[in-house]
Ligand binder design. Structure first.
Ligand SMILES: Cc1cc2nc3c(=O)[nH]c(=O)nc-3n(C[C@H](O)[C@H](O)[C@H](O)COP(=O)(O)OP(=O)(O)OC[C@H]3O[C@@H](n4cnc5c(N)ncnc54)[C@H](O)[C@@H]3O)c2cc1C
Length: 466
């Protein structure tokens, strides 16, 4: 019945849009519903491919009048697939993605569907950088709304810490310009709250001097020496300068031509990071991590920024199958190190990894209630990435991800986790509680104020409104 009503009335919506509606049974519809995670198989009633803020308003008013479910698609990279909703209208921002740079004021304004590549391309000619994530086709929207960890975070904070304003469309179809002083409660919630009670049509960021070259850290140790190397990493973390942001990855040796072929795809530990301080400083700062055990390869060096920004891109092709979880931990005791190494060695897919993000620095110094992003005092963030290709291997890989996630609880004071690596969101409200910690109740109030009917949070798997 919904389908019939929808089909009849969708002409009305199409007529109101500067953009266009993409309906089922078309090639484009099938393309649009294939988002990054190949595990996601949802069938919206239509994609509203918007071109303007007015288009977003038109869709919101339409779904309210028709009583239809709605979702918002930024970059479509959410692992749980929350950007798509079955039988509802997707506000599809993937063609609403231009980026403006005010180099003088160091402000970058990105439309709601911009990707990290869109931002990087716009700021590169000005030798500026915005603290964003590490893979180019991630959407800046979901990244910011959940927090945003990346190569500049220890120096300048999360992506959301560098949001200075936004334009949003509310669940009532109103357009608001928000910042710390205007609708400050909503602005607080958008910075790391995960569940957005509005559609964001523009994000304004602070930018910093960055590039044109950077020190890339890329050291590979054999898995047999991972324990010793991670102990060195633990020591390094205690006094690490803010200029270094890095991840220790337990996974396979990449099949790069610079690396001896005998090691390709073998289990290993990789230190990968970016130094944003003076040229060559990364090498000096990281010396203890390189020296600890013997490395298989040290490919660190000064490289063009584009190499840093695209470094991980080949590892995450669209359409493969993914299940990602996370946990914040307070330290890296020896038994945790052993646990992570054993779990990595036992992964069913060679492409999967256990990642240990070094946190702290500027990100850690900010007040825990200043924005919705909560877990600022954690020393490390564990990213559990199950990455595989074949549907027949779904069960084994998801079980592996869940097993590692369960095991990490022993090393976490409060079970805190990062909302942007949510698995399938299966813990529902508990996921948001663990992600938001002390900020959970405040987020709930803001969501109830701006989206009392749960229009924008209906598909978040985490229902903040009852
Ligand atoms: C390959 C890969 C690499 C990643 N790397 C990093 C990283 O380096 N650092 C990091 O912190 N995270 C990283 N992530 C996690 C990433 O931050 C989340 O997956 C994030 O949700 C992606 O945002 P998106 O806009 O692409 O997602 P989408 O799936 O489009 O959206 C995510 C959520 O936000 C909502 N939403 C999207 N756009 C808007 C909008 N304009 N207004 C309101 N709501 C909106 C959607 O409805 C959905 O609920 C990575 C993810 C992937 C897949």
């Amino acid at each position: 019945m919904i389908q019939t009503t929808t089909a009849m009335n969708l002409d009305t919506l199409a007529a109101r849009l500067e953009g266009r509606l993409v309906l089922p049974d078309s090639v484009e519809y099938e393309e649009r519903r294939k988002i990054w995670n190949g595990m996601i198989d949802r069938r919206p009633a239509a994609f509203a491919v918007v071109k303007s803020t007015a288009d977003v308003v038109a869709v919101v008013k339409y779904v309210r009048d028709e009583g239809l479910p709605v979702s918002v698609c930024g970059g479509g990279h959410n692992v749980a697939g929350n950007s798509l909703i079955d039988d509802g209208i997707v506000i599809d921002l993937r063609e609403f993605r231009s980026v403006e740079v005010d180099a003088q004021r160091r402000v970058v304004r990105a439309q709601g569907g911009a990707t990290l590549l869109d931002i990087n391309m716009a700021v590169t000619p000005h030798d500026l950088g915005v603290p964003i994530g590490v893979v180019s086709d991630t959407g800046v929207a979901g990244l910011t709304l959940g927090g945003g960890l990346g190569w500049m975070m220890r120096k300048y904070g999360t992506t959301s810490d560098n949001l200075i304003g936004a334009e949003v469309v509310t669940a009532q179809g109103e357009v608001l310009q928000i910042n710390e002083d205007q609708h400050g409660d909503l602005f607080w919630a958008l910075r790391g709250g995960g569940n957005s009670p509005v559609a964001v049509t523009r994000f304004d960021y602070r930018a910093y001097d960055y590039g044109p070259e950077l020190d890339l850290v890329f050291v590979i140790h054999p898995i047999e020496q991972a324990h010793e190397a991670l102990r060195a990493f633990r020591e390094f973390a205690k006094t690490a300068p803010d200029e270094i942001s890095m991840i220790a990855v337990l996974g396979p040796v990449p099949p790069a031509p610079e690396i001896d072929e005998q090691y390709h795809h073998e289990d290993c530990l990789i230190f990968v990071g970016v130094w944003t301080g003076e040229p060559g400083g990364g090498d000096r700062a990281l010396a203890p991590l390189k020296a600890a055990p013997t490395a298989i390869a040290d490919l660190s060096g000064r490289v063009p920024r584009a190499e840093v920004e695209g470094f991980f891109d080949p590892d995450y092709p669209k359409g493969h199958r993914y299940y990602w979880k996370s946990r914040y931990i307070d330290g890296l005791p020896d038994d945790a190190i052993d646990f992570f190494i054993e779990q990595a060695k036992g992964r069913p897919s060679v492409e999967s990894t256990v990642d240990i993000w070094l946190l702290g620095g500027a990100l850690g110094r900010m007040d825990r209630t200043a924005t919705a992003y909560a877990h600022r005092d954690a020393a490390f963030g564990i990213g559990i990435e199950a990455n595989w290709r074949e549907p027949a291997e779904d069960e084994a890989n998801i079980a592996w991800g869940r097993g590692v996630f369960a095991g990490t609880a022993a090393y976490s004071r409060d079970g805190g986790l990062y909302i942007n690596f949510p698995g399938f969101g299966e813990e529902q409200d508990d996921l948001l509680r663990k992600a938001l910690g002390q900020n959970y109740d405040r987020l709930k109030e803001v969501v109830a104020k701006y989206d009392p009917e749960g229009i924008f949070t209906a598909n978040a798997h985490i229902r903040v409104t009852e």
